[in-house]
Ligand binder design. Structure first.
Ligand code: ADP
Ligand code: MG
Length: 237
């Protein structure tokens, strides 16, 4: 579905956020994007979405348009305070389907309602987003991403900051989307236990690309063993 070849992304301030990263994603895969803070994970996602143009390298899509990808961005304190209702936020995931039409049609409203049902947040539809718990907020953003997603979702740290129960529930949801619905998933996470459990492939960034390949190859590699152990997943090493 996606081929990324030697992609480098440089910001206007001269920071080289991604340095020669390559990646291949095929249908049904579950790719974990790992690496220290500042290693370019979020920037690489923005590159895949077409929100940031690579300085060099190529990204090609096969059987997939960037508008068929759902995106759950990394959260900031400001976004957590967003003063809109749950329904409004979930429906906004349909914006790419609207084209130039300035309102949501029946089918889009139904899609948003279906996604709220799927993520068990229908009863929150009229609530204000900023009054919700962290776990509820992430479900709302996942429902929003699913309104946009036809084949693939990109999730940037969807469980960071959640308590263990909410985090486990998010992982179960994401796993079911991948396994049952056949959704291709690319996810940023610092949780190496989850990576070991769920990933089919792992991309490890750090200054340059440190690894890309299957989870099993990663777990047998020097870099993989060291990182899993350093991040608290030592029971697998
Ligand atoms: P990660 O998601 O792995 O923490 P980021 O992709 O957010 O990493 O950031 C990679 C590098 O790019 C960091 O050095 C960061 O400071 C820098 N960076 C991120 N966003 C911007 C931006 N909008 N403008 C300039 N530099 C940025
Ligand atoms: Mg990030």
């Amino acid at each position: 579905m996606i081929r990324m070849n030697d992609v480098t992304v440089v910001y206007d301030n001269g920071i080289r956020a991604v340095n020669k990263a390559s990646l291949r994603v095929d249908e049904g895969e579950f790719v974990f994007l790992v690496g220290a803070s500042g290693s370019g994970k979020s920037t690489l996602m923005r590159g895949l979405l077409g929100l940031k143009t690579p300085s060099t390298g190529t990204i090609t899509f096969n059987d997939l348009k960037p508008t068929e990808i759902g995106y759950l961005p990394q959260q900031t304190i400001v976004q957590r305070d967003f003063p809109a209702s749950v329904r409004e936020i979930v429906q906004s995931g349909c914006i790419n389907r609207c084209g130039l039409r300035p309102f949501y049609n029946k089918a889009e409203k139904k899609l948003a309602a279906d996604m709220m049902k799927k993520l068990e947040i229908s009863d929150l539809a009229n609530r204000c987003y900023r009054e919700l718990s962290g776990g509820q907020q992430q479900r709302v953003l996942l429902a929003r991403a699913l309104c946009a997603a036809k084949k693939m979702i990109l999730l940037d740290e969807p469980v960071t900051g959640l308590d263990p129960k909410a985090s486990a529930e998010m992982y179960e949801l994401i796993e079911s989307l991948n396994k049952k619905d056949g959704m291709t998933v690319i996810m940023v996470s610092h949780d190496m236990n989850a990576a070991v459990k769920y990933a089919s492939h792992i991309l490890h960034l750090g200054g340059k690309q440190l690894f890309f390949g299957t989870k099993n190859d990663y777990m047998n590699s020097k870099i993989g063993r060291a990182f899993i152990s350093a991040m608290g997943g030592e029971e697998y090493v």
